[in-house]
Design a protein. Sequence first.
Length: 201
Amino acid sequence: MSALAERYAEVQQRIAARLSVLGRIRDEVTLIVISKNHPSDLVRELYDLGQCDFGENRDQEAGPKAAALIDLSRVRWHFVGQLQTNKVKSVLGYAQALHSLDRDSLLDEVAKQTERLARSLDVFIQLNLTDDPGRGGISPAGLEAFAERVLGLPRFYLAEMPDGLPDVRPRAPGSPVTFASLNNPAKAADRVLDQWGRVLA
């Protein structure tokens, strides 16, 4: 067994052990391997071990990598970085999930391109829990209205996360993140889901 295979098996065992404690089953959790800055050969080796979901955050790296691995039919690419609107067309050429939907202009362009391609897309709304708007992410105050827009688009599948939504937190250790700031966005998302009456995954 290679060193990579041993490390991968260890990660899977740790996940299974934690899920056992929580009373959940393995199929309820998706492991996404962040493959940025790693060669396509490593992705291929992990794929041969059973890993299908990979995360990238730079289109200029992810595009060629996805093209080199196009023969891997079960690979799912997740774009996890901030996305510029002029890169949307390229990213949707390979990504099945977008983890950083964070502003109206990006939403408009992604909606336009999914319609052009006649394809669906798993999306995650990214929250900004800092006071720095430059770090990306929807503010908690704008979450509900933004989520309603996303839910109104027929080709989008708003993915749910057990602990809420992907978020951008303060950089400095010890920077305060109040329970209110963490819980209120999740409650807002729950209200949106209840209002639309849809089961999303």
